[in-house]
Design a protein. Structure first.
Length: 194
């Protein structure tokens, strides 16, 4: 299998408020699926596609994530935010760890079966600054609604529950590093809202 020499950033710093009653102080990406934390399953999936350079953007419960992965995989890098920065803020915070011109960005609490080499090829052919994976909504409203225009270009985005759409944001992005210039340094900022 072809190795993709791209950084993969996993956003895993959220508070996990909806699952707090079940997980307590355990960060949501560390919820056990069988005997493995969900985040470990996600990382193994990425490695199947040759994505070996992984940066975990942590916040709430970051020390738990750091301890677990430093014991198992020294190649995983950790970018820990001390105050909540949001999804875009966390991405900007890890900028000094990035090496590749383009990068994958994923939410650390969801799984969507994607062929990452095909996704990257699509991104390169379109010459976009950002590519967002979308999924059929099937009348759900628990994801960001995407409005598509001609040529499947995104013309609108509404966060969870605000608007119905046939497609939702899957929480998987291919971004060119140029997009980081649009994110303010050290302040809370969201990929989904801003």
């Amino acid at each position: 299998m072809k190795t993709l020499n791209l950084d993969t950033v996993i956003l895993c710093g959220g508070l996990g408020t909806r699952l707090r009653q079940v997980l307590g102080d355990l960060p949501k990406p560390m919820a056990l699926i069988g005997t493995q934390p969900f985040l470990e399953i996600l990382i193994e999936h990425l490695k199947n596609f040759g994505l070996n350079r992984i940066i975990l953007c942590t916040g709430f419960g970051g020390e738990t994530i750091r301890r677990y992965f430093q014991k198992r995989n020294a190649a995983i890098l950790i970018s820990e935010e001390l105050t909540p920065l949001g999804t875009a803020g966390a991405l900007k915070h890890c900028e000094n760890l990035l090496r590749s011109e383009n990068l994958f960005v994923l939410n650390g609490d969801s799984f969507c079966p994607v062929n990452f080499p095909d996704l990257f090829d699509f991104h390169k052919k379109r010459k976009g600054i950002a590519t967002i994976v979308s999924v059929d909504s099937n009348s759900r409203t628990d994801g960001g609604a995407i409005t598509l225009g001609e040529g499947n270009r995104i013309t609108g985005f509404s966060e969870k529950g605000q608007k119905k759409s046939p497609v939702l944001n899957a929480g998987i992005y291919v971004l060119n590093r140029k997009i980081l210039q649009k994110i303010p340094e050290g302040s809370s900022c969201s990929l989904e809202y801003e």
